[in-house]
Design a binder for this molecule. Structure first.
Ligand SMILES: Cc1ncc(COP(=O)(O)O)c(C=O)c1O
Length: 425
């Protein structure tokens, strides 16, 4: 093992032995090499005469670039063309941390690392999988989950997906189910909680959130090491009386056997899906945070090397702009309008013949639960006969993204889905 990796491991081992045990073999081996990037970072502060360290080209004191590209963009060449550091632009990391504290008062006063920039949330999740998942380790998730977790944790890392029911009696978060799933694990588990949830659009209520935290703490107290991943992809889109904070802050520092990891980003929150800017943030002791950051930089350097610089510049300027809060509120109102309208429509008696629906109060989606029809048959029927596209999650469930249907069109959408059911019944 590289001595730098050894140093990081012993720092973690000394401060947080349980977190050391959570690391995968790859996670233990990872470190950030003192290579070109750290020598170049050193030179950028000190090499006043000539900086001949890094593999970019310069001209007239600026990064070399094509005019036909620069003519189409409004950012300074220095904020577009050079590599961003693997951990991300420093000012963006600071701005996101500030946003996190503002949005999540429960984080204040806790020992939390600076967000590390990722190539959006999927990349952040894959970093968690690389750092903590070995073949056969369990990923504990509610039974309604984003299907790509299978690839990130299962196919790539050989993890075993363990599910528990998201809902008890189709009304409440099933904390008993979570407790039972955890009780069946030994050694270590990665628990992945995604609120607002994809596909159901559910976020727990205050009392459910408290129970979730208590159940996790109880499992840790019984000796289980838990990496608790909060996938906050749809953060902020809370339309009813759910919690409006990430569970990350509530889990930070509650038990030495719990490592909270927050995965979030601009993708869905700020409607910039293709810009690919996300963050991974840890909560642990100071030395452990440093070591985890070095390991995270190591895996970023060894996979994508660094994220796109222009995207980071765009998000940074957006966060610093006065329009940000105003437009965020405007878009929130549109999304909430669609969610409220969806619920209003779904409460119509007639739909009851073909479906019920899962509780939803947040996010982009909601799910219908078909009474008798097969979801995939209905999906194809709607596509072929009505030009309506929905997702079939399994035999009974249809996911509807109300996020991408105008409020005025929702009635027609659900009427067509109903008509499709009538055809097939
Ligand atoms: C729950 C959840 N997490 C993560 C992601 C991935 O987001 P990104 O596009 O930022 O990689 C998605 C995207 O659909 C998602 O639904």
């Amino acid at each position: 093992m590289n001595p730098l990796a050894q140093q990081l491991n012993s720092a973690i081992q000394q401060e947080s032995p349980a977190i050391y045990e959570m690391l995968s073999t790859l996670g233990k081996n990872l470190f950030y090499p003192k290579g070109i990037l750290s020598q170049s970072a050193e030179a950028s502060g000190k090499a006043h005469k000539f900086n001949a360290t890094i593999g970019i080209a310069t001209e007239d004191g600026a990064p070399m670039h094509f005019k036909h590209i620069q003519n189409r963009i409004d950012y300074a060449p220095k904020d577009v063309y050079p590599y961003a550091p693997p951990q991300g632009k420093p000012a963006l990391r600071d701005a996101w941390l500030e946003k996190l504290y503002k949005d999540n008062p429960s984080m204040v006063g806790k020992s939390i690392g600076k967000p590390i920039v990722t190539n959006a949330l999927t990349h952040g999740l894959s970093i968690v999988a690389d750092l903590f998942m070995d073949e056969g380790d369990a990923l504990v998730v509610p039974n309604h989950y984003w299907g790509n977790y299978n690839t990130v944790f299962g196919v790539r890392r050989g993890g075993k997906i363990v599910t528990f029911p998201l809902f008890a009696d189709n009304t409440r978060f099933d904390t008993k189910g979570l407790r039972q799933a955890l009780a069946a694990q030994t050694g270590k588990a990665i628990v992945l909680l995604n609120f607002p949830n994809n596909p159901t659009g559910y976020t727990p209520l205050e009392d459910e959130a408290k129970e979730i935290v208590a159940v996790l703490k109880e499992a840790a107290e019984s000796g289980l090491n838990l990496v608790v991943v909060l996938d906050d992809a749809y953060f902020g889109l809370f339309y009813e009386d759910s919690i409006t904070e990430s569970l990350f802050g509530h889990l930070a520092g509650i038990h030495e056997r719990i490592l909270p990891v927050k995965i979030d980003g601009a993708t869905k929150e700020n409607y910039v899906w293709g810009l690919r800017v996300g963050f991974i943030t840890y909560a642990a002791g100071k030395d452990t945070l440093h070591a985890l950051e070095e390991k995270t930089k190591g895996i970023i350097r060894g996979t994508i090397s660094s994220g796109a610089h222009i995207s980071q510049t765009m998000i940074l300027e957006s966060l610093q702009s006065e329009e940000f809060a105003v437009e965020k509120e405007e878009k929130f109102a549109i999304m909430k309008g669609r969610a409220v309208k969806t619920k209003e429509l779904l409460d119509s008696e007639k739909f009851n013949k073909h479906w019920t629906y899962y509780p939803f109060n947040s996010g982009y989606f909601m799910c219908l639960k078909l009474r008798t029809l097969d979801a995939e048959t209905l999906r194809l029927h709607l596509l072929d006969n009505y030009g309506v596209g929905v997702i079939s999650n399994n035999q009974t469930d249809i996911r509807v993204a109300f996020s991408c249907v105008e409020e005025n069109d929702l009635e027609e959408l659900f009427d067509l889905i109903y008509q499709g059911c009538e055809d097939l019944a």
